[in-house]
Design a binder for this molecule. Structure first.
Ligand code: KIV
Length: 282
């Protein structure tokens, strides 16, 4: 049985911290699931770390569904959350419903995440009424990067802080089961965490959130274009991969790979017979 939204909400009530991470493919998701991660987000960050886009904005529903299906196939216990891409839930509530339903029906996810606060609250409410669990996402919402004018800390002024608090309250009222706080000053995240009954999951939002989320490529040191200040590299796989691939190139060049160990055997007499035959056929 997979982790449920009730279990996640109960973790906040018990004061138990919640870990969450992104994943985009079968093999990585399988390892993450085996490590005991309760929440896996198929983030639209895949546009940047998997597909090489400069922002998350070009990511499509079809790309998200493709990756969500792979993550779901690789997991047994984690709740898989599908991240709704730019403009797939903004125009109409019908759009939001149709696209969220695709994550659940086609993708096999158990919930969806979408960016925004008060402005998307009505749509969140409708999704929840239709039985689709929703995770909110406020603070730095990368799909609005052009509106923010870059990837910046959000909530530093009194007006921005009040807006963020109101956004969190609006999402709570709309029925989200958790709220991501991205790049929010730590004292403001603490206040929001105290003021809402649902778990807050921080990324660059300090240690007082109810949980933390990281992009798996940042955590494993796999993405080299840039490393956000709020990321901690628990491994530096980019160095491991470069070294391994460079060893492989050298061994192929010098002929030391493959060895007998990597070769398949057959009855040598068949080859001997083949070599003797003038026509080349036995
Ligand atoms: O797309 C993503 O990876 C995200 C997380 C950073 C929360 O939205």
């Amino acid at each position: 049985m997979r982790v449920t939204i009730n279990e996640i909400k109960e973790m906040k009530q018990r004061g138990e911290k919640i870990a969450m991470i992104t994943a985009y493919d079968y093999s990585t998701a399988k390892l993450i699931d085996e490590a005991g991660m309760p929440l896996i987000l198929v983030g639209d960050s895949l546009g940047m770390v998997m597909l090489g886009y400069e922002t998350t904005i070009p990511v499509t529903m079809d790309e998200m569904i493709h990756h969500t299906r792979a993550v779901v196939r690789g997991t047994q216990r984690a709740m898989v959350i599908g991240d709704m891409p730019f403009m797939t839930y903004h125009v109409t509530t019908e759009d939001a419903l149709r696209n969220a339903a695709r994550f659940i029906q086609e993708g096999g996810a158990q919930s969806v995440k979408l960016e925004g606060g008060e402005t998307v609250a009505e749509k969140v409410k409708r999704l929840v009424e239709c039985g689709i669990p929703v995770m909110g996402h406020i603070g730095l919402t990368p799909q609005s990067v052009h509106q923010f004018g870059g990837f910046k800390v959000v909530g530093k002024t009194p007006e921005a802080a009040v807006r963020l608090l109101n956004d969190a309250k609006a999402l709570e009222e709309a029925g989200v089961f958790a709220i991501v706080l991205e790049t929010v000053p730590a004292p403001l995240s603490k206040l929001i965490t105290e003021r809402v009954s649902v778990p807050t999951i921080g990324i660059g939002a300090g240690s007082d959130c109810d949980g933390q989320v990281q992009v798996v490529h940042d955590l494993l040191g796999l993405f080299t274009d840039f490393v956000p200040k709020h990321a901690k590299q628990y491994a530096v796989l980019c160095d491991t991969i470069r070294a391994a691939v460079s060893d492989y190139i050298s061994e192929v060049k010098e002929g030391s790979f493959p060895t007998e160990k990597q070769s398949y055997k057959m009855d040598e007499s068949i080859i001997a017979e083949l070599a003797r035959s003038s026509s080349g056929t036995v």
